[in-house]
Design a protein around this ligand. Structure first.
Ligand code: AMP
Ligand code: ZN
Length: 115
């Protein structure tokens, strides 16, 4: 589970990250390979693999993490211009880190459809 998980290591402070928010349950930090002027990742501290595991074990977590997401977006000046929240899920969804995370992207216009 958490042993080889890079986001568990960030949550444990074992590898560094540009942390911009933390509370008992969640952590937010800058994406190491930013795709927009603002590119943050918001994660639960607890290892949750993906949306399916969150839904099965603690569906209300999704609501709580979105409260953090909305607050961070506002603090970063992304409201009212807008921003994008992305949760890549599974191989076809492009999920490379198997610890639930939401991308907050903003500061530029976003294209649609996504790649
Ligand atoms: P995903 O492809 O949706 O699983 O997103 C994983 C994201 O984690 C990518 O945008 C990576 O750039 C980012 N990432 C990987 N390792 C780190 C790290 N050590 N610190 C910050 N972001 C990372
Ligand atoms: Zn993890």
């Amino acid at each position: 589970m958490g042993q080889d998980c890079i986001f568990c290591k960030i949550a444990a402070g074992e590898i560094p990250a540009k942390t911009c928010y933390e509370d008992e349950e969640f952590l937010a930090f800058a994406d190491i390979n930013p795709q927009a002027p603002v590119h943050l990742l918001v994660i639960p501290r607890r290892h949750v693999a993906d949306v399916a595991e969150a839904a099965a074990t603690d569906p209300a977590l999704i609501g709580r993490i979105f409260s953090v997401i909305e607050r961070l977006a506002r603090e970063r000046g992304l409201v009212p211009d807008g921003f994008r929240v992305v949760c890549n899920t599974g191989p076809q969804g492009g999920q490379t880190v198997k610890h639930l995370h939401f991308h907050i992207l903003g500061g530029r216009f976003m294209g649609w459809p996504p790649g």
